[in-house]
Design a protein around this ligand. Structure first.
Ligand SMILES: Nc1ncnc2c1ncn2[C@@H]1O[C@H](COP(=O)(O)OP(=O)(O)OP(=O)(O)O)[C@@H](O)[C@H]1O
Length: 274
């Protein structure tokens, strides 16, 4: 039997409104992720992509949100797990990369301070070793002059550079899963390509599985091995990327594909340089 890194079964998320009634946001969500797989998640705005990823990270407000079903990481149930246990898993085993990399940093500390702190909070490394690891990983992903970068504050870096720093921070801890929620949406085309190639390199180097949420079907077609299509809180189609693009089954998928933008990574004249 296939060993899955992440299995989501019968996930259902409902949120309590002011009157105390629950509204279901997502329902019947089932998918698995294999080692090194990139699973694309597409669907129009409001279809439940972020609600699903927040459930995996157990980031919903427990007072107002009910999360039903099962979310297993290496066979370990995450749904309902204690906050402290989840804090250890987040960042180390499941990294989260969001649309705006500025949100990943505090503005008042240097990148280096926060990078080293992240490594130290999940490993027994001393400060000096953590800094060396940070520099090694930044070098391995071709970030220029890591020593200087670490001394800067987040606002001193461009969005594209900052997103690459966020991804190298994640890479340091060799997470089993990266959840990347619209990681390139706020970036220009050149930086989009660099960030996507960086994610692909991490999957290749460390066997990290990546849940890649994107509006952009061009990005999904270039990056994903398999794709799930969400509509109104449900998965309406799940397929290998070639089957999905060549033989979409659901009417909604067909409609999405008609508006497909193009971002052909291999055909762009960019090289893997920074
Ligand atoms: N805390 C909440 N309370 C009430 N409704 C919520 C809450 N969080 C999300 N929703 C609703 O759940 C639905 C799914 O939202 P979600 O953010 O997952 O969509 P999405 O597919 O990620 O959209 P986008 O692509 O715009 O980010 C939306 O209708 C949203 O308004």
């Amino acid at each position: 039997m296939e060993q899955f890194i992440l299995s989501v079964s019968d996930l259902q998320v409902a949120v309590k409104n002011k009157e105390g009634f629950f509204t279901t946001l997502v329902k019947d969500i089932n998918f698995e992720m294999k080692k090194g797989q990139i699973l694309g998640v597409v669907g129009e705005s409001g279809s439940g992509k972020t609600v699903t990823s927040m459930s995996i990270l157990q980031l919903h407000d427990r007072k107002t949100t009910q999360v039903g079903g099962s979310i297993k990481l290496h066979g370990r149930e995450l749904n309902g797990i204690g906050n402290n246990d989840m804090r250890n898993i987040r960042g180390k085993d499941i990294a989260f990369i969001m649309q705006n990399p500025m949100n990943a940093f505090s503005p008042v500390f240097t990148i280096g301070h926060q990078f080293v702190e992240t490594i130290q909070s999940h490993t027994p490394l001393k400060k000096k070793q953590a800094k060396e690891l940070a520099i090694d990983v930044m070098k391995s992903v071709n970030l220029p002059e890591p020593d200087k970068l670490l001394k800067k504050y987040p606002f001193q870096l461009s969005g594209g550079m900052l997103q690459r720093v966020v991804i190298s921070m994640a890479a340091c801890l060799h997470p089993s899963v990266i959840i990347a929620d619209e990681p390139t949406t706020a970036l220009d085309l050149h930086n989009q390509l660099l960030v996507l190639r960086l994610l692909d390199k991490i999957r290749t180097d460390y066997g990290t599985s990546i849940l890649l949420i994107s509006h952009d079907l061009g990005v999904i077609s270039e990056m994903a091995d398999d794709v799930i299509v969400m509509k109104q809180g449900r998965i309406v189609e799940k397929a290998n990327v070639f089957d999905l693009f060549d033989h979409p089954q659901h009417e909604y998928t067909k409609k999405l594909l008609k508006t497909r933008p193009t971002l052909y990574l291999q055909k762009q004249p960019y090289t893997y340089q920074f």
